[in-house]
Design a protein around this ligand. Structure first.
Ligand SMILES: [Zn+2]
Ligand SMILES: [Zn+2]
Length: 282
């Protein structure tokens, strides 16, 4: 049988509810599914109870965006129990940090002569989680800028006067916290790292391996066979285990199915079993 160790639901940026993702996993005959929403485990309880009644093994997980300036570094953490724990608590702190980031941006705009209140911004978000697009919308409504794009280009974007960076975990810090919490850290979709030379990749993997990294995502949607084999070899050379998953996002990634990716993905059970042997909390 096959597994899928990377998927997203409405708890982050997927289109299907956690229950729906579990239903799909059961329907396509997977033996295990990891739900790995971005920076949150909010969907895990619903997914777990849906899985219990269907016979599917639901692996609680999360996917973290890490602080790395070369490119996008994501870390999937598998077998991370929801609730309290070193990584779980840190994620909760980062979420409340997001609120203070919005507050800082609003203060900065006000001091720049463009008064905006956090109440207006919250109203713009309609009760959902507040982000820079909502601040930009208020700026348009107040007539400070003609459109959202200008708000970002002139004021809110990276390097502009009202830019406030997002707090992210560093790679080593995230890996340490994941291990302390009993989870199994896996470096996601290595092609997004922006690394172009073998020497640079070797340096990075050596560094992350000594911090406690366990896996490297090799069997990934959109990778051709030689890329999957290449990343699996790379993993083994650096003492890491190959992992695999579809990175399912529902209708937000058209043509990509849970379990089978673009049609040719199949992650064997033994990939899960090898990784599981590194989880310290059952
Ligand atoms: Zn990712
Ligand atoms: Zn993902």
């Amino acid at each position: 049988m096959t597994v899928d160790l990377h998927s997203h639901s409405t708890a982050s940026d997927g289109s299907d509810s956690p229950t729906e993702v579990v239903r799909l996993a059961t329907e396509c005959g997977l033996s295990s599914l990891a739900l790995t929403d971005h920076d949150t485990q909010e969907g895990i309880p619903a997914a777990m109870s849906a899985a219990t009644s269907s016979g599917l093994e639901l692996i609680p997980g999360v996917e973290l965006s890490l602080d790395y300036d070369r490119g996008g570094m994501h870390l999937v953490v598998l077998w991370l129990p929801p609730g309290r724990g070193p990584l779980q608590d840190r994620l909760a702190e980062l979420r409340s940090g997001r609120d203070s980031r919005n507050l800082l941006i609003v203060e900065r705009l006000t001091s720049l002569g463009l008064p905006v209140t956090i109440e207006e911004v919250a109203e713009e978000a309609g009760g959902g989680s507040v982000g820079r697009p909502h601040i930009a919308a208020v700026m348009v409504a107040r007539g400070y800028v003609p459109d959202l794009r200008t708000a970002f280009e002139v004021w809110l974007g990276n390097g502009r006067p009202a830019y406030v960076g997002r707090a992210r975990l560093g790679p080593e810090e995230a890996i340490n916290l994941a291990r302390e919490s009993g989870g199994v850290p896996v470096l996601s979709h290595p092609h997004t790292l922006g690394i172009t030379t073998a020497a640079e990749m070797a340096d990075l993997l050596t560094r992350l391996r000594s911090a406690g990294l366990v896996g490297l995502e090799a069997i990934y949607s959109g990778y051709r066979r030689h890329e999957r084999d290449g990343y699996a070899d790379l993993a083994r050379r650096f003492g890491l285990l190959p992992s695999g998953g579809s990175d399912y996002h529902g209708t937000y990634k058209p043509g990509l199915s849970l379990g089978s990716g673009y049609g040719d993905l199949a992650v064997p059970d033994r990939v899960r079993d090898d990784l599981r042997s590194h989880a310290t909390i059952p």
